[in-house]
Design a protein around this ligand. Structure first.
Ligand code: HEM
Length: 501
């Protein structure tokens, strides 16, 4: 397969204005970054429960890995293999030492329920995600706990009510139709009906462009590219082994991306408050807390930056996984195409918000893609109090992780777990399984706020892509995937598209 022309190749990072801005602006950090080296530490967060010390975790089976780096590099190199080996050797409650201190992983549907549902308020999401995200996405909903979290989540929920969702649906249909139509345009002008595409890169660019309009109310344009690069840097920095924002490191680039975003979103917020549109940012700009007060400007900006991060790579990752499996399972591709045509009436015609629920097979297939490769493969929390799970006593202050990716491919729950089989999600099959065996959107108080948005966008994407193109992979092609922080095919996923309408 030849890929001589790549319409979606990213701009090399060093060309971006925000990196230059970054190095210069570390000294002029916004108030969240007043002490950049402290914000992700316990010193910068006096309310965090303190790490109990190594000795307190001696009784949990596990290992500390190599000197200094511990298990960090092993885990980052192949998180799935690492987790599988640890479970085989130590069981479903195991200890490792990644990112500087010992932590405990709990693997299985009961563990998912304990941590996500969190009946007894044992866990802090802020203190779990904080050490990974605090420098990059401070004060996002996932970095808030209990009452403060409840109040802001309620305020932001206004953006996901039926009326705004209908408005996003119209924008998504329009932008996705024109974006997908443009794929392979260069090849088609020379009369070719078939072309190659790096699917992940194409979906990522499209998702960002649609986010520009439906989330921010901006026309598509060069701004989208700058945002894309800033986000990529911020998301990659989340799992960077060097945790200080030193220039020219991943964390330095991530923090730089954030600074560019804060300045840019603060300016945009003023505009949206003066003249709101139908976009999500306008909804946030005017959102009020229970007492009727508007959210402060810097709070809205932090929520919006977090939300874009939460939405952008997750949708890209999951839709790419879906397309990859449809390329390998032509029968399912045909079924979804047939469904989309029946619901929309014709290729390329917009899908009405009211008709989305009729795309039932697409829903099953999307759920199966989310099972096979959940975009958030592991979730961290910190224990606020001592607790016991499966006979192991885990002390307050311990970082506790759950691993949806492992549970989603446990053969005891999912026979032949690597086979793509959307029929696993028919209602009778779902009723037979543990409620927390499938948790791509989390659960409990922090369950994904954008779940319905993600489902809507995926159905619209599936319709516009599948009714225009037949998608296939070259025989023997087996892309390698990077698992963390959010799964993506390392080569961009090279697929063949043939125009069918
Ligand atoms: C397939 C796409 C998506 C997946 C798999 C996904 C997954 C998740 C997961 C697992 C969590 C919970 C994390 C935790 O408990 O620690 C979460 C939280 C969140 N997601 Fe999503 N997400 C997706 C799309 C979106 C979209 C499109 C948006 C916004 C439009 C969004 C906004 C959020 C927000 C705001 C939170 C934090 C909720 C809270 O802490 O209360 N997500 N997401």
């Amino acid at each position: 397969m030849s890929l001589s022309r790549d319409p979606f190749a990213p701009t090399p990072f060093r060309q971006l204005p925000f990196e230059r801005l970054a190095v210069a602006s570390l000294a002029h950090a916004d108030r969240n970054l007043a002490k950049p080296s402290h914000i992700q530490t316990e010193r910068g967060n006096p309310h965090w429960v303190r790490y109990p010390g190594d000795a307190a975790l001696d009784a949990i089976p596990g290992e500390d890995g190599w000197p200094i780096v511990g298990t960090t590099l092993m885990q980052l190199a192949d998180p799935d293999r690492f987790a599988r080996r640890m479970v085989e050797r130590y069981g479903t409650v195991y200890r490792s030492r990644s990112f500087g201190e010992r932590g405990v992983d709990l693997v299985g549907p009961d563990a998912n329920e304990l941590v996500l549902f969190d009946r007894d308020r044992l866990f802090s999401s802020e203190q779990g995600w904080g050490p990974l995200l605090n420098l990059l996405f401070p004060r996002g909903l996932m970095l808030m706990d209990h009452e403060a979290h409840r109040i802001d989540r309620r305020a932001l929920s206004v953006a996901f009510k039926p009326e705004p969702m209908k408005a996003y649906c119209d924008l998504l249909n329009r932008d996705i139709a024109s974006g997908v139509e443009a794929w392979g345009a260069g090849n088609r002008s020379s009369g070719a009906e078939q072309f190659n595409l790096r699917m992940y890169d194409a979906i990522k660019a499209l998702t960002l462009q649609t986010a520009a309009t439906s989330f921010l109310g901006l026309p598509l344009g060069p701004e989208a590219d700058r945002l894309n690069h800033a986000f990529t840097a911020m998301v990659q920095a989340a799992v960077a082994p060097i945790r200080k924002p030193v220039p020219f490191t991943a964390m330095g680039r991530g923090v730089a991306g954030r600074q560019m975003m804060v300045a840019w979103f603060t300016r945009l917020l003023e505009e949206r408050r003066r003249s709101p549109g139908q976009d999500m940012f306008s909804q946030f700009a005017l959102a009020t807390r229970d007492d009727g007060t508007l959210l402060a400007a810097d709070v809205v900006v932090d929520h919006m930056i977090f939300l874009l991060m939460a939405a952008h790579d997750t949708i890209t990752s999951s839709f790419t996984t879906l397309i990859w499996h449809l390329a390998q399972n032509q029968d399912w591709q045909d079924r979804l195409r047939g469904e989309a045509l029946a619901v929309a009436g014709a290729p390329g015609r917009a899908i009405a918000h009211a008709d989305l629920a009729r795309m039932e097979l697409t829903e099953l297939a999307f759920k199966e893609a989310l099972r096979i490769m959940p975009p958030v493969p592991a979730l961290p929390r910190r224990a606020l109090r001592d607790f016991t799970f499966q006979g192991h006593r885990i002390p307050a202050g311990t970082t506790v992780g759950i691993n949806p990716a492992m549970v989603h491919t446990d053969p005891a729950l999912w026979p032949d777990p690597h086979r793509f089989d959307p029929m696993r999600f028919t209602p009778d099959q779902v009723a037979r399984r543990h409620k927390y065996a499938w948790v791509p959107f989390g659960g409990g108080a922090h369950m994904c706020l954008g779940l319905h948005f993600a489902t809507m966008q995926t159905r619209i994407l599936a319709h516009h892509v599948l009714t225009r193109y037949r998608i296939s992979a070259a025989p023997g092609y087996a892309p390698r995937w990077q698992a963390w922080p959010i799964p993506r095919p390392r080569d961009g996923l090279r697929l063949e598209l043939r125009r069918i309408c």
